[in-house]
Each structure stands twice: as structure tokens, then as C-alpha cells.
Design a protein around this ligand. Structure first.
Ligand code: SF4
Length: 378
């Protein structure tokens, strides 16, 4: 029995130091605390979140929409950028149907024309297609359905109070059909070792995503096993018909939080191949602002995607490239101006290789600018 209560909260929005290169979010907000979806692997059960009774007590943050409206109205330092709604809770958990907390929050986001990325395991999101479509038309809206398995019985064990996977795929289809401006796809995460990492399940999640009309699929074989969250998950497994997976799972992790590199790499290669087969993008297309950040964001997306694809293929990450891509988001002038002055080497983490790689794109930006200038006289 879930206990719901309203509570006052001061903070409504949090700014990240760097954008998240998976979801492209710069701000996070959580209008609920706790999640009655109660997925048995949920990382929000780990000690670092200090959520005592995570799934049995859900807090609805009082007047969240009004406070957010005030915050965005007064904000001089908050440039519009992607807001990720939910994270350690699902914005469309069951109580949302009645209290419409998320719907009110979306109305505020739409009013201030901020772009949005939202992940859910509930078909209830289709109720808000009208507002989500407005956000997409005015700025950018991405929706990701979190799906770990197509096996309904297993999903019911892992994610007991979420919509079944087939309903999530139907919701995806409905959004794709009814709101073509929204970028919609699948967040295939976490992928649970020995339960959902077989070729059949992985192939089918990707195939069904494609059939439903997904624009992208983000995958991550990195199920975490962390303190209280790991203890809860293992206990649930031990008391279930899936208990035979406990031994190999513990042997695979060897007391670590993440699965070992060789396991992740093997899955990455398989998933990449499958996405290529179904012609599905493995990255979300980024929101691009129209102010001085325009080319900074474009080039940052290019660098971060290059780093991601290289690391998928080779198993090695390139920290220099990653930090060059991340830091570029904090540059306080346009990279085109820096390029025109010949100062690219002064940008944090830029080396000659990176400069050589991005120079053709910056040349293109100059051409585009000139064209736009000429258009005035045509
Ligand atoms: S829906 Fe997300 S936040 Fe909610 S319990 Fe499941 S994994 Fe956790």
C-alpha cells in the first residue's frame, strides 16, 4: 500500500555543470520523490539517494508548477536548455493520473519554451501528447520509453507496477503517429545479465522499437549493483523462479558495482550490429539553440558522438575528446568567433587533432552565415 503525501520543497530545478551527452539535458527536475513503479533493480534504492521508503512513500512536491514558473520567470542566469524531467522517479507513476503534477509542470515548461527530455515506463504519457507536441513545435521534445525486456512475465517481475512492454511500444507508436515533431525512441536500459541479455531479447527489443517507429535506441549494459539496491535486487531474485541467475550474476560482478569491461564490450558490439541491421540511430539528436551557443552545441554533439562511437567500437574511451566536447558547452562566446580569430588552440582540451577534425564544420558555418546574409537581397 503506497502512502502519498504533499510536502513543501524549496528547490525545483537543478543545473548540471555539463550537459548529459546521452539525453542532452542541462537541467534536471523531480516533482515527485519516491516511485511507486517499484522496479526491483532501481538504482534509486541505493544509499546515495537517502530515500528511506522509496516505493512505499511517494511525496508529491507542493506547488511545484507555481514555484517552477516563478523560478523560470525570474531567472536571468538560466538560459533555455534541455530539462530532464524525472530521473530518480517516473513522472508518470500511477498517482499522476489523479493529481496531474507532471501535466502542470509540462504546461510551465511549454510556457517558457524550454526543451524537454522525458523517460517513462508508463503509457499514461500519451494523455499529454498535446502539451508535449507544443513543446516540440516551439523548441524540442524527446521521449524515451525505458524497456528492458519484451518478456511480459519477466517485466512484471522486474517492473511490477509499470505498463507492460507491449503497452509501452503501443504508446511509442501512438506518439510517433500523432506528434511527428516529437523525437521518440527506446531507452534499452538497464540490460540485466542472464535475464535479458540473450540474443533473442536484445534482437526483439530493437526490432519492436523499429516497428513501433522509434527514431533512436539508447542501450546500456551497465546494470549497477550498489549497496542497498544490490541487496534488495539479489534478495528478490533469490525468492523467485529466477534464482538460478544469482550465482552467475555475483560471479560476473565479483563484488564490483558495474559489470566487467569484456562483458560490456561484447554486448555493445552485438547491439551496435543489431541497430545497424534495423537502421536505428544509437544517439538522440540534440536540441540546438539559436543564440551564440548554436555552433558550440553542434560541434560539441559532433565530438561527443564521435567519442561514443569510437568507444563502442574499440572499447577504449578518449578522455581528451570527451572533455573537449563537454567543456565546449561552457564557452561564453561562439566558437565561430574563436575560429575566425585563429584562437581554437586556446579552447579547453582542444588539441591539433581535434582542431583539424572540426575545422571543415566551422568553415561550413561561415558559408552558411554568408548565404543567410545574401538571402536578404534576393
Ligand atoms: S520507473 Fe524508474 S525510478 Fe521508478 S522504480 Fe522504476 S527504475 Fe526506479
Amino acid at each position: 500500500m503506497v502512502n502519498y503525501r504533499y510536502k513543501e520543497f524549496k528547490s525545483v530545478i537543478n543545473k548540471l555543470k555539463y550537459p548529459d551527452s546521452w539525453f542532452w539535458s542541462r537541467y534536471t527536475l523531480n516533482s515527485y520523490s519516491g516511485c511507486a513503479h517499484a522496479c526491483i533493480y532501481c538504482d534509486a534504492r541505493s544509499d546515495r539517494y537517502y530515500l528511506e521508503d522509496f516505493e512505499n512513500e511517494v511525496i508529491i512536491k507542493q506547488d511545484f508548477d507555481k514555484k517552477l514558473d516563478l523560478r523560470l520567470k525570474r531567472a536571468r542566469t538560466l538560459l533555455p536548455d534541455v530539462i530532464a524531467a524525472g530521473g530518480i522517479n517516473d513522472s508518470y507513476q500511477p498517482v499522476e493520473k489523479e493529481v496531474e503534477q507532471t501535466r502542470k509542470v509540462l504546461q510551465v515548461i511549454a510556457k517558457h519554451k524550454f526543451p524537454l527530455n522525458i523517460a517513462t515506463k508508463s503509457k499514461l504519457i500519451t494523455r499529454d501528447i498535446d502539451i508535449l507536441n507544443n513543446i516540440a513545435e516551439d523548441s524540442w521534445c524527446t521521449i524515451g520509453f525505458s524497456i528492458s525486456t519484451i518478456n511480459e512475465e519477466l517485466a512484471n517481475f522486474l517492473e511490477p507496477y509499470s505498463s507492460p512492454p507491449s503497452e509501452r511500444f503501443n504508446a511509442l507508436k501512438m506518439i510517433k503517429k500523432g506528434a511527428s515533431n516529437i523525437q521518440v525512441g527506446t531507452y534499452f536500459m538497464p540490460i540485466i545479465p542472464f535475464l535479458a541479455d540473450d540474443d533473442y531479447n536484445m534482437g526483439d527489443v530493437i526490432k519492436q522499437s523499429k516497428n513501433a517507429g522509434a527514431d533512436f535506441i539508447l542501450f546500456s549494459p551497465g546494470l549497477t549493483l550498489r549497496d542497498s539496491q544490490a541487496a534488495y535486487f539479489i534478495k528478490k531474485l533469490r525468492n523467485s523462479k529466477y534464482k538460478q541467475t544469482v550465482k552467475p550474476l555475483l560471479e560476473l560482478y565479483k563484488g564490483q558495482i558495474y559489470p566487467p569491461g569484456h562483458y560490456v564490450r561484447n554486448l555493445h558490439l552485438k547491439l551496435l550490429k543489431l541497430c545497424e541491421k534495423y537502421n536505428l540511430a544509437v544517439r538522440v539528436k540534440r536540441w540546438i539553440p539559436s543564440d551564440y551557443r548554436k555552433w558550440n552545441y553542434k560541434i560539441s554533439e559532433l565530438l561527443l558522438n564521435k567519442e561514443y562511437m569510437n568507444s563502442l567500437r574499440t572499447g577504449k574511451s578518449n578522455k581528451k575528446l570527451m572533455w573537449a566536447g563537454l567543456n565546449l558547452n561552457n564557452l561564453e562566446e561562439s566558437i565561430v568567433d574563436v575560429y575566425n580569430r585563429g584562437d581554437l588552440h586556446m579552447v579547453k582540451n582542444f588539441n591539433s587533432k581535434i582542431i583539424e577534425f572540426i575545422a571543415p564544420y566551422l568553415e561550413k558555418s561561415k558559408e552558411l552565415k554568408q548565404k543567410q546574409g545574401l538571402e536578404k537581397f534576393l
